[in-house]
Design a protein around this ligand. Sequence first.
Ligand SMILES: Nc1ncnc2c1ncn2[C@@H]1O[C@H](COP(=O)(O)OP(=O)(O)O)[C@@H](O)[C@H]1O
Ligand SMILES: [Mg+2]
Length: 356
Amino acid sequence: MRMKVLSRLQRYGLAIISCGIALAVAWPIDAPSSCFLLAVTVSSLFGGLGPGLLSVALSAFVFEHFFLWRTFAPARESATLLRFAVFLIATFLITVLMEIKRRVEESGVRSQEALRMAQSDLAHVNRVTTMGELTASLSHEVNQPIAAAVTDANTCLRWLTRDQPDLEEAREAASRMVKDATRAAEIVSRIRLIFKKGSPQRELVDVNEVIKEMTVLLRNEAQRYSIAVGMKLSPGLPDIMGDRVQLQQVLMNLIMNAIDSMKTVDGTRELIIQSQPSENEQVMVSVIDTGIGLPKHQADQIFNAFFTTKVHGTGMGLRISRSIVESYGGRLWAADNTPRGASFHLTLPSKAEVHE
Ligand SMILES: Nc1ncnc2c1ncn2[C@@H]1O[C@H](COP(=O)(O)OP(=O)(O)O)[C@@H](O)[C@H]1O
Ligand SMILES: [Mg+2]
């Protein structure tokens, strides 16, 4: 636990000062061993290996010089030397053990860091593959407003090139054009944001906004499979503390799973995304479908890494989603619906105590 806040000079200074204090305290009471052991402990703990060894050398010198031979009697020479040897070994051991402890802790921190990076890489891959599956829908989503803008541009030209140009009509067509082009640009930038790889941010996020954004992106995919999408968003929910892209990813995984589960069912295909306040100032989001329902006898495994019942599934969507939600101090769980389908619920604390 070498303190990062102390400079090298300060850490060596600490070693010298603590030995000085040990000398001042030990001198009148003649108790050098315990005082210097304490000085060495303090120096190694807060200073690290170098200052620790310096304090060992200093206290050995002072101990030998001022204390060891104080009550010397020639008959006890070997006992005195032994006492000194034990002192030396003890101080040296303390320094070495502290150093080992520090290294172990540091490598623990490093491997946790590596784990976090691997998780964020995995999350990125998951996002990119999911978006890949959506290419057809997303390009439709972008093409639609662009096509509308082209139509508007033609209309605008027609109004202008008439014998008697109608400026009012032309202006209206032009402003529709601006709106459509802006919508296309917004969709593209949203998609780009999801593809982007970056370290997660902590920001205040309006959950309803994220839900609306994802519904825009996935609306077309739902339409392709004749799925009706409904939103029941509770107004005035508190913002939650989290990363917008990560939350979009969680919703994308849940919605894509819901769509997958309804692709083959006969009868109503309905997807409902709901937000509501929950106890302890939490926000609860639910994704409810009328699909095939959770896999029989295996419902408890769906959050496991690599568990999938799909031919081309990765089995990572729910695993990643749960770890994102839990990193915000929330929960993600699933339940079967009656008469059919599944619901996924997640809670997010609004005054998040962020768990790393
Ligand atoms: N909405 C749902 N309805 C029924 N089963 C689901 C639903 N969502 C997930 N599952 C089950 O959980 C499994 C794991 O989901 P996930 O981790 O997203 O991986 P993948 O979608 O690649 O299979 C799915 O294969 C499926 O069996
Ligand atoms: Mg999935």
